[in-house]
Write a protein that binds this ligand. Structure first.
Ligand SMILES: Nc1ncnc2c1ncn2[C@@H]1O[C@H](COP(=O)(O)OP(=O)(O)OP(=O)(O)O)[C@@H](O)[C@H]1O
Ligand SMILES: [Mg+2]
Length: 239
C-alpha cells in the first residue's frame, strides 16, 4: 500500500463569496518533491492553506500524515512558509529563528542548522528588516524547516532569487526528500516544473494534470513544460 503524505478528495473552497477550488482530488506520496504549478489566481495558495489546515473548506476531505489537515497531532510535523514572508523585521535572523523555534518546541541547535541549509549563516546577526528580498524569503523558508517537519509546504519560495540560489534551494529540497521529507512547492514559473518529481498543474481552481514531468512531456508531445501546459489548456478547451 502506498504511503501518502497528503490525500485530498473532492475539495471545495469558497473565498470572498466565490468558489475558488471546485472539487479537487489528488494524492502526494511521502518523500517526494511535488510541484504545485499554475497561473496567478488559480488557487495555489488556497490549496496549500487547506493542506496546512488554516483554510476553511466548504466540502471534501484533506488528510495530512494520516490525520485531518490541521489536527493537533500533525501540526508540529508540518512546516509552512507563506507566500509573503511572515517574520519580525525588528529582530535579527537568529532571533527570529530562535523565537519561532521556541514556539514550536524545536531543539535550540535547529537555528544554526536551518540558517546553514538556506545559506544565511553570514546574515545571522543582521536585522530581518535590512535584508534583501531574496534573503528575507530565505528566512521565511528557514522557519518552515525548524523542528524537522515530515511535510514541508512552501508557497513560491524561489520568487525573486537568482538562478544560482534557485538551483541551491532545489538541491536542498531534493536532499530533504531523500531523507524522507515530503516537499510541496508552489510556483508559477514553469521552468521550475522540471525540477519536481511530480507535478500538480492547477488552472482556475481545477487540476489540469497530476503526473511526472516525463509523463507530461509524453502526453503533450513536448519537453518544454511551458508549452506542455499551454497544450493541455488547448486540449481542455477543445472538449
Ligand atoms: N480573502 C479572499 N477574499 C476573496 N477572494 C480571495 C481571497 N483570497 C483569495 N481570493 C481569490 O481566490 C482565488 C485564488 O487565490 P490564490 O491566492 O489561492 O491564488 P494563487 O494561485 O496562489 O495566485 P498567485 O500565484 O498570484 O499567488 C483568486 O481568484 C483570489 O482573488
Ligand atoms: Mg499564491
Amino acid at each position: 500500500m502506498m504511503n501518502y503524505a497528503v490525500r485530498v478528495a473532492d475539495l471545495r473552497v469558497r473565498r470572498g463569496g466565490r468558489e475558488v477550488l471546485h472539487g479537487l482530488g489528488f494524492e502526494v506520496p511521502r518523500g517526494r518533491v511535488v510541484g504545485l504549478l499554475g497561473p496567478s489566481g488559480c488557487g495555489k495558495t488556497t490549496l496549500l492553506r487547506a493542506i496546512v489546515g488554516v483554510q476553511a473548506v466548504e466540502s471534501g476531505t484533506v488528510e495530512v500524515l494520516g490525520r485531518p489537515a490541521g489536527a493537533k497531532e500533525v501540526r508540529s510535523r508540518v512546516g509552512y512558509a507563506t507566500q509573503h514572508p511572515a517574520v519580525y523585521l525588528d529582530l535579527t535572523v537568529r532571533e527570529n529563528l530562535r523565537y519561532f523555534g521556541r514556539v514550536i518546541g524545536a531543539p535550540g541547535e535547529d537555528v544554526d542548522r536551518v540558517m546553514g541549509q538556506v545559506g544565511l549563516g553570514s546574515q545571522a546577526d543582521q536585522l530581518a528588516g535590512s535584508l534583501s528580498g531574496g534573503q528575507l524569503g530565505r528566512v521565511n523558508l528557514a522557519v518552515a524547516l525548524l523542528g524537522a517537519p515530515e511535510l514541508v509546504v512552501l508557497d513560491e519560495p524561489t520568487v525573486g532569487l537568482d538562478p544560482v540560489l534557485r538551483q541551491e534551494l532545489w538541491a536542498l529540497f531534493h536532499r530533504l526528500a531523500e531523507d524522507g521529507v515530503t516537499m510541496i512547492v508552489s510556483s508559477h514559473v514553469m521552468d521550475e516544473a522540471a525540477r519536481c518529481q511530480r507535478l500538480v498543474l492547477l488552472r482556475d481552481g481545477r487540476i489540469l494534470a497530476d503526473e511526472t514531468p516525463a509523463e507530461l512531456s509524453a502526453q503533450t508531445g513536448t519537453d518544454d513544460l511551458e508549452e506542455a501546459f499551454l497544450r493541455l489548456i488547448g486540449a481542455q478547451e477543445a472538449v
